[in-house]
Unconditional design. Structure first.
Ligand code: DLZ
Length: 171
């Protein structure tokens, strides 16, 4: 469903249990940092809101979104984490660079998820222009960083609790 039809940053906080036991990785790209650092704030604040242990949140910064999969791999080599959240922003330009980066990140994170057994959360904002990115990083369409954090929490919980809860699908 298009983001314009549903604000994915809205979720049922009651579905979240104790997350202090989980260890999180966050990899954030600096390209388009006016957007990505807001995604990071939304993500980090959401983890803390639900009482994540600060000492169990490991953050790596990488130059651009293309480096998100390798940044995550490096982070996982160094820290034992339950899940990694990857945050970036790719804005369409005059060339097809965005297609190459977006596809590389999607494929890289998919492979990494499966090979490592650690969920990789796709927190990549892919837009046609800057305004759409602003709208999705704390604007009218919420904050994709919040959504990524919530997704990460659910995936961390899934390891031990796969109980079906009505009304949570689709946030
Ligand atoms: C080179 C590039 C371009 C043109 N655009 C973006 C972008 O919109 N968003 C982003 O995160 N990164 C961009 N990059 C940088 C690449 O992700 C990567 O850092 C470089 O190609 C070096 O590998």
């Amino acid at each position: 469903m298009a983001t314009s039809l549903v604000n994915l940053s809205t979720y049922d906080e009651n579905t979240i249990k104790d997350i202090s036991k989980y260890s999180f990785g966050i990899v954030v790209a600096d390209w388009n940092k006016e957007i990505t650092h807001k995604l990071f704030e939304g993500c980090y604040d959401t983890l803390l809101l639900h009482h994540a242990d600060k000492d169990k949140i490991h953050v790596y910064q990488v130059p651009g979104s293309f480096e998100l999969p390798s940044g995550s791999k490096l982070l996982m080599n160094k820290f034992k984490v339950d899940v990694v959240i990857c945050l970036g922003c790719v804005i369409k330009g005059d060339t097809s660079h965005d297609d190459y980066i977006n596809n590389a990140v999607a494929q890289g994170l998919t492979q990494l998820s499966i090979l490592s057994g650690k969920p990789q959360i796709f927190g990549l904002v892919t837009t046609n222009n800057l305004q759409q990115a602003i709208d999705r990083s704390g604007g009218v369409h919420g904050n994709k960083g919040v959504e990524a954090a919530y997704t990460a929490i659910r995936m961390a919980q899934l390891k031990e609790d796969a109980t079906f809860t009505k009304n949570t699908i689709g946030f």
